[in-house]
Ligand binder design. Sequence first.
Ligand SMILES: [Zn+2]
Length: 426
Amino acid sequence: MQLEFLGGAREVGRSAILVNDSLLLDFGVKTGSPPAYPLRAVGSGSTLDPDAVVASHGHLDHVGAIPSLLSGTARPPIHWTPPTYELAMVLARDTLKLHGGTPQCPFTREELRRVTEVSETHGYGEPFEAAGHRIEFFNAGHIPGSAHVLVDDGETRLLYTGDFHVDDAGGSESAVAGQRLVAGTTERPDADVVVCESTYADVEHERRGDVEKRFAESVRTTLWEGGTVVVPAFAIGRTQELMLVCEANDLPCYVDGMGKEVTEIVRRYPEFLRDGEAMRRANSNARFVTGRDGQRTRIARESTVIITTAGMLSGGPAMTYVPEIYANPTNKLCFSGYQVEGTPGRELLDTGSAEIGGRHLRVSAQVESYDFSAHADRSGLRTFLREYERTPILVNHGDSCEWFADRLCEEGHDANAPALGETVTV
Ligand SMILES: [Zn+2]
């Protein structure tokens, strides 16, 4: 089996691996200005012409450029789980709306429309055929619909982990051992080679139950003092996770931004959630903001929780809420995930002030940070890879892929981290 690493190799973003020159695994975008796309792809110089595409999950860095594969006469079938298909469509429509007709959007409205024609959805544990390969999806525990992808070409079985999360070891039934939204992966299908993500290979996360407890206590204190809590959150996964956390801890919340539409989708697939009934309760507990008639300004004066995009304060309704609440030290801003270098969220954490919605704000409100990560940390990766001690491991999707591959070798694994553009025969 031949694997060509077209993106996501020794980096996070634009994930894409071409198997046997015919089957494409993921086709993402690395956000930035300008955004970066996988090699050999997008635009007039493209030499990429896969027979079929398989997507692991509905995040921009894994599916963001998929519609561009349907330019000209190319119509490769696209295989994914039902939630991944719907989330990819939400992301693509958003990209088109914000950037259509510019280099920031790698596809046209017509190419996006064609996705519906070539889409083929599959559940976990339902094998199918794509470009002459036998494929099967397994729950990866990252976001609803996220999959480990097992690819069999008749000679070699490849396990592509995609992004994944494992529950904390030793979590009792009453403790929160993992994400409330999706159960961590327990799947370890037999494979001859594993391509493994490594986003948090050098991080040990605080136990999930402790993160949640700190968050709930802090929010409760602010509400008791009459303050407002703004929680910037990614639309996909994180917004729903925080809705579940609020419901479980009796906290009122508003939900705003793209997370509203994503919540609607997620609710339609209870079989892809840890607890569909809990999601239903979380949905009743939350109030969804329409944004009409100065509603946001009014809500920002209430003593409540507001879960809103963008997760790193780079846009979205957060641009209305933050300027409303920043000047009062009774109010609170709770980040819900890692803030990437160069984002307003990171600037605010580091300096106490940031450029928000075109204004430079020196923030008097309290600023806190909580890691509700959906990725396996160092022990999570170890837990997963324990089952693959005699299987070659190719590390990708991380900022320290080579470092992690070296650590794995020290521990007796056969591991390395292919470079961008490298072709590996396994
Ligand atoms: Zn992801």
